[in-house]
Structures are given as structure tokens and as C-alpha cells.
Write a protein that binds this ligand. Structure first.
Ligand code: LLP
Length: 437
């Protein structure tokens, strides 16, 4: 987090509050969000895009982290919001977010979800299949609406990232591929659908991308497709949504691309590829990770320590894969620090293990740490994105609280789950048969 400070005695504070105080007040494990870093990053996106001609917009991708308070921050900062499910849409609407500022994504949207989107009046539906296009047209007719649509295009750009989070390549489950004629078919159908208004195109090429070129190539691919449809049917997009995916620094080996450079190069592509008599489309970007990842940290208590055969040292904490599935799922790397250790305290290399009953529940393999003791606090850095949002109650371990911090004040955004909460939806057994046939 940007507002991280460390005192000579080794005690760490974020947003002007010590980790000790946060642990005492809210318990551990605890997700901590540095409010100032979130707001600064939102402002950076907003201003960078606004400086484009025509002015672009940023839509925060809620899948990275969403709760009521976060929706309110997005609204305060004047960003749009990208949602991918009825649940995210419901959260946004309940928190008072203006529907017309919402972009509704997802390769599956059920009738119930589409209806909620249509009746609330969401700003754009990003359509992912021909069947969805038909369904949306039919539902919009039933509710006497026009459905505003962006077609999701798969440009065939292979950004270097983990296999599981690549989305722009041709055999992806997402979007209409430019490699065959499916994108053209979608366009034909969209233009022929009476209750669909086609506003433009969308393409997201992947996540945690550490290069600049793929973002520019993506915009160029969408512009070339647009030109083709301008020649063919006189269609020219009002909106080009180039998705999210800008990488962050999980450790010192990551060097993220520079937003302003991406924006400038995309603007140049717009100028070069927009036909002379037309307005360039408005560019939308959908950052998730790069808004929240580095603003977050997870605070744990060391509960056990052991050195096993071969001398490997394990430090086990009171959380793990239930609150951060990313190391197990993507071999994601994180950095950590033990609270309250002076610079001259002894170092160690330890494996930071979680509490879940599974050998793969390892948060960090071979972490360089000040040697911790049972009861010490450990912070794992850059956990603001895809941690809380992907959390589970595996092993019936309740999910941690989320607290935002700013200038010495803590703001509880999500309460800690309790054992009662974990049982809340359970029903007692009705079957009485002890023996079955
Ligand atoms: N827009 C679309 C259409 C997306 O699919 C995504 C992410 C984003 C925007 C936001 O991308 P970001 O700026 O956060 O990279 N669970 C994985 C990440 C999955 C990302 C899926 N789509 C992880 O933990 O790394």
C-alpha cells in the first residue's frame, strides 16, 4: 500500500494505523485496504482517459473486489462500473449506483439477470454469443426497451500471462473471434435486431499484462474491424471498450506498463485509423486489479511453526487458500513481512503455510522473512484484487473482515463472518431412513 510506514522498532502501519491496532480491533485474518491508494489510482485512470479526444472513460471491474462501500467509492470518483453477474449488478444497484453507468459483462447471463439489467436500464450489455443477442432482443421487446449493446470481440492477441487468465486468444470461450466469420455474423444479427442498439465493440485480452503493445494492438484490431463494417454497412462505433488487464507489482520482478503511455498510443491509433469524415469512438478501459491489488494487504497471526525433515521451515498462519486462492490456482507470487522486527532481527527463509487441510495451501514458498514467533503478525502484500472476491468458506472457515484505512481512521467495509453465518443456510435432515434400498 502507498501509505505503508515502518517505525525503527519494526512496527508497521498502513493509512496511519498500526497493524497491531488493526488486529486488536478487527481480529485476523483481516483484509486491509489503503483508501488513499484506491482513490489515487481511480483518479489516475479517470484523468488519463478524460484527457483523450474524444474524452474516454474508466469503468472499474468489480470482479477484482466489490462490496457496497466499494461501489460508493467508484461512484464518488466518477468511474463507470463493470459487473459480470446478477449479484454484482444487484450490489451496485442496491448501493445506489446509476444503472446507465454500468457495463454488464459475462459469457453467461441468465434471463433473470438480463431482465434485471434491462428493467434497471444498464448502460451497456456486452454481448458474448449469438444466442445471447437473440435472447436480449426478445427480452427487450417484451419490456418495450432498446438494449444498448457492445459486441465482445476476440482479437486473437496473445498477451503473456498465466494460461488461466488469458482471454484474447482465438480458442477462448469469450467473445466473437475475428479469425472466422462469427464476428461478422454477430454484427449482421445485431444490426438486424430491432430492440438492440449497437454502440460499439469490446475486447479484453487478458489480465496481469506487463507489456504495452498488446493494449495498442487490441485497439487497432477493433478499429480495423470497425472500418470494415463502415465500408460494408455504414456502421461506425461510438464506443470502443478495450477491457482491463494492466498488470501490477506483486514483487520486484514485475514492471507494470505505464497507463499514460498506453492511453497516448491508443489515441494515436484512433487518429490514424478513424476515417477522415468521422468522429473517433470514445475509449473505455476496465481496470480491476490495477486499482485495488497494491492497495490491499492481508494480516495474519502466526499460529504454528515447524521445521521438517531436510530442514525446511514452515510458518503457519490463521488464514490461507480460503482468503487467497491465487497461489494455489495460478502459482501467484506474493511478498510478506513480519510486524515488529527491527532491521537487525534474525532473518530466515520460510514457507508461509495456510491453515486449510490441503498440502497445496501454501501462501508463499521460500519467503525471506524476519524470523517470526507464534503470535506475531504477518502481512502479505498486494492482496487487494481477486482475494476477497474469490474467497470461500472451505473447511467451514468464516471469511475475514475487510477494513479500509485512511489517515488514522478505520472504516469497516465488510464484517467478519461468524460460525453462525457459515451455518445460516443449512437445513436439518428430513430423511429418516437409516437403511436405504
Ligand atoms: N474486463 C473484462 C471483460 C474482464 O474479463 C476482466 C478480468 C477485467 C475487465 C479486469 O481485468 P484486470 O484489470 O483486473 O486485470 N481471477 C484472476 C483474474 C481474472 C480476470 C478476469 N477478467 C486472478 O486472480 O488473477
Amino acid at each position: 500500500p502507498d501509505t505503508y510506514t515502518k517505525n525503527p522498532d519494526g512496527s508497521i502501519a498502513i493509512g496511519g494505523i498500526s497493524l497491531q491496532d488493526l488486529a486488536r480491533e478487527f481480529g485476523t485474518p483481516l483484509y486491509i485496504l489503503d483508501y488513499a491508494s484506491i482513490v489515487r489510482r481511480m483518479q489516475h485512470y479517470r484523468d488519463a482517459l478524460q484527457s483523450m479526444r474524444p474524452a474516454g472513460r474508466a469503468a472499474y471491474a468489480g470482479k477484482a473486489f466489490l462490496c457496497r462501500a466499494m461501489v460508493e467509492v467508484v461512484q464518488q470518483q466518477g468511474l463507470m462500473l463493470d459487473v459480470v453477474s446478477g449479484g454484482e449488478l444487484f450490489t451496485a444497484l442496491k448501493a445506489g449506483f446509476p444503472a446507465e453507468q454500468i457495463i454488464f459483462h459475462g459469457n453467461v447471463k441468465t434471463d433473470e439477470e438480463l431482465e434485471l439489467g434491462l428493467t434497471a436500464g444498464v448502460g451497456q450489455f456486452v454481448v458474448d454469443s449469438l444466442s445471447e443477442l437473440e435472447r436480449l432482443d426478445r427480452l427487450a421487446r417484451r419490456f418495450s426497451r432498446q438494449a444498448p449493446v457492445l459486441l465482445r470481440i476476440t482479437p486473437g492477441i496473445d498477451a503473456h500471462t498465466h494460461d488461466f487468465i488469458r482471454t484474447g486468444h482465438f480458442d477462448s470461450k469469450f467473445g466473437f473471434g475475428l479469425a472466422d466469420d462469427i464476428a461478422d455474423q454477430a454484427m449482421e444479427l445485431a444490426l438486424a435486431s430491432e430492440h438492440v442498439t449497437t454502440n460499439g465493440f469490446h475486447a479484453h485480452i487478458g489480465s496481469q499484462i506487463l507489456e504495452t503493445d498488446p493494449f495498442v494492438a487490441n485497439a487497432e484490431a477493433l478499429l480495423r474491424f470497425s472500418r470494415r463494417w463502415h465500408e460494408r454497412a455504414g456502421f461506425w462505433p461510438r464506443v470502443l471498450d478495450i477491457g482491463g488487464g494492466i498488470g501490477v507489482r506483486y514483487d520486484e520482478t514485475d514492471t507494470p506498463p505505464v497507463l499514460d503511455v498506453i492511453v497516448q498510443r491508443v489515441e494515436r491509433a484512433l487518429e490514424a485509423l478513424t476515417p477522415p469524415d468521422l468522429e473517433p469512438p470514445q475509449v473505455i478501459m476496465e481496470p480491476g486489479r490495477s486499482i485495488v491489488a497494491e492497495a490491499g494487504a492481508t494480516l495474519y497471526t502466526v499460529e504454528a511453526e515447524k521445521t521438517v525433515a531436510g530442514g525446511k521451515m514452515y510458518v503457519a498462519v490463521d488464514g490461507g487458500m480460503g482468503d487467497n486462492i491465487r497461489p494455489a490456482l495460478y502459482q501467484a507470487r506474493y511478498g510478506a513481512e513480519v510486524d515488529g522486527k527491527r532491521d537487525d532481527a534474525p532473518d530466515c527463509v520460510a514457507t508461509l503455510a495456510g491453515r486449510y487441510c490441503e498440502s497445496g495451501d501454501i501462501l508463499i514458498e521460500g519467503a525471506s522473512l524476519k524470523r517470526p514467533q507464534v503470535g506475531d503478525l504477518v502481512a502479505v502484500w498486494a492482496t487487494g484484487a481477486y482475494n476477497y472476491s474469490m474467497a470461500s468458506t472451505y473447511n467451514r472457515v468464516p471469511r475475514p473482515a475487510v477494513v479500509a484505512v485512511y489517515e488514522g481512521t478505520a472504516d469497516l467495509w465488510v464484517e467478519r463472518e461468524t460460525w453462525e453465518d457459515v451455518m445460516r443456510l443449512d437445513k436439518p435432515l428430513k430423511f429418516a431412513q437409516r437403511r436405504v434400498n
